[in-house]
Write a protein that binds this ligand. Structure first.
Ligand code: NAD
Length: 421
């Protein structure tokens, strides 16, 4: 079976609950809190019609899940993908709760998705689907309630349509209802790069901790979209050599180093990194096993599983993607001495700058990119330090440490608020 086929057999919600259970056990959480945090607070399923370009009406299914609102409004992206499921959205929403807590920003966790392959839609159909989906989930979203953002296959344009649709319903412009908007509509400088930038900050921190010289390090990146392609560029800027990248079209390898800017240009032109001149074609399975110092999974869930974890040769796995490693794979990587920077820490730069965007929107303010990046670095470095300290203190791996920090913060907020009524 290929990595993709294996990934499809693993339920991300079961993975998310398993990761939570491990932390809850370690923290000795009381059974009531454990039950509350183990389930989403709200899960909305919507089915809605869209008139396609040929006049035919198609019905789509989408979801918006709010996992926990204890520390603030729900926050989390919207995914458009043919394999979206309620269990995937629940897992992603729970991970958002922990992510916001681990970096200490005042949000709970949410996530949304629509079952659709957006590459098969025209721009007009994509806009119609986005506007109707926004309308359907408008019973949940709002700048004080639940604030969506981009995720797989959604971008600043999709966020602009969401913001406009919500604003039309309100009768006035509400920029704070979504983040990841275009700069011209109240988007933040640096938001587009934030997930990758935050991830690279954590790689720099990990390398310093491990005594690894990044200027001598080689890097492989799985997934070449917003998170992956920008992470490749930024880690190259740190002096590392990117030798392999992949996307749904396949992978490419050049042990002497890939020219990242040219690969980005090639992907823009051809829709995939595959076929890039001067590089060897490799499969996504081979990419994960490439001899390198740093592996950055930046695609989808369950890519590193028990089936292939033993073949990972990287010393650092930096999880730009959400949920790329299964709990079984975690144990194998840990036993093999691989240092994992867990997703809820590694890719938290995206939601952190989303938080900055929301603050700017509410204050009708606009910060420079230098200010955004400096504030992001401060939060990523501090959070990495706190998780590393927990890992050393409790003698647990970085994922469990990140969960201990995050779940404790959410449990404390839950306890302080008390039980209503
Ligand atoms: P994107 O749609 O911009 O890019 C996804 C990339 O992954 C594409 O290049 C696609 O071809 C590739 N891909 C998909 N399936 C693959 C496979 N089986 N093998 C190899 N490549 C594959 O999405 P994105 O926003 O970059 O998101 C990627 C990951 O990062 C997701 O897990 C997402 O949840 C996570 N993430 C994104 C953000 C953000 O701000 N965009 C924030 C935090 C986490």
């Amino acid at each position: 079976m290929t990595t993709e086929q294996i990934a499809a057999t693993i339920n991300p919600w079961a993975v998310a609950q398993q990761q939570f259970d491990l932390a809850a056990e370690h923290l000795n959480l009381d059974p009531g809190t454990r039950q509350v945090l183990r389930e989403p607070r709200r899960a909305l399923t919507v089915t809605f019609p869209v008139k396609m370009d040929d006049g035919i009406v198609r019905v789509f299914t989408g979801y918006r899940v709010q996992h926990n609102l204890g520390r603030g409004p729900a926050k989390g992206g919207i995914r458009y993908h043919q394999n979206v499921s309620i269990d995937e959205v629940k897992a992603l929403a729970m991970w958002m709760t922990w992510k916001c807590a681990v970096v200490g920003i005042p949000f709970g966790g949410g996530k949304g998705g629509v079952i659709v392959d957006p590459k098969k839609l025209s721009l007009k159909e994509l806009e119609a689907l986005t506007r109707r989906f926004t309308t359907e989930i408008s019973v949940l979203i709002g700048p004080e309630r639940d604030i969506p953002a981009p995720d797989v296959n959604t971008n600043a344009q999709v966020m602009a349509w969401m913001m406009d649709t919500y604003s039309m319903h309100q009768g006035y412009t509400v920029p704070g209802v979504v983040t990841g908007k275009p700069i011209s509509l109240g988007g933040s400088e640096g938001r587009n790069e934030a997930t990758a930038r935050g991830a690279v900050y954590t790689v720099v921190d990990a390398a310093a901790h491990l005594g690894m010289d990044l200027t001598k390090a080689t890097v492989a990146v799985q997934g070449f979209g917003n998170a992956g392609s920008i992470a490749a560029r930024l880690i190259r800027d740190e002096g590392a050599t990117v030798i392999a990248v992949s996307d749904t079209g396949g992978g490419i390898l050049n042990r002497g180093g890939l020219d990242v800017d040219r690969v980005i240009g090639w992907k823009k032109e051809h829709g995939t990194v595959a076929g890039f001149p001067g590089a060897k074609a490799i499969s996504n399975d081979e990419l994960l096993a490439v001899e390198c110092e740093v592996l950055i999974p930046a695609a989808l869930e369950n890519q590193i599983s028990a089936a292939n974890a033993g073949r990972v040769k990287a010393k650092i796995v930096a999880e730009a993607a959400n949920g790329p490693t299964t709990p079984e794979a975690d144990a194998i990587l840990h036993d093999n001495g691989v240092f994992i920077i867990p997703d809820i820490l590694c890719n938290a730069g995206g939601v952190t700058v989303s938080y900055f965007e929301w603050v700017q929107d509410l204050n009708r303010d606009h910060w420079s990119e230098a200010i955004v990046n400096a504030k992001l670095k401060e939060i990523m470095d501090r959070s990495f330090g706190e998780v590393l300290a927990m890992s050393l203190l409790e003698e647990v791996n970085m994922r469990t440490a990140a969960y201990l920090v995050a779940v404790q913060r959410v449990a404390d907020a839950t306890a302080m608020r008390g039980l209503y009524p």
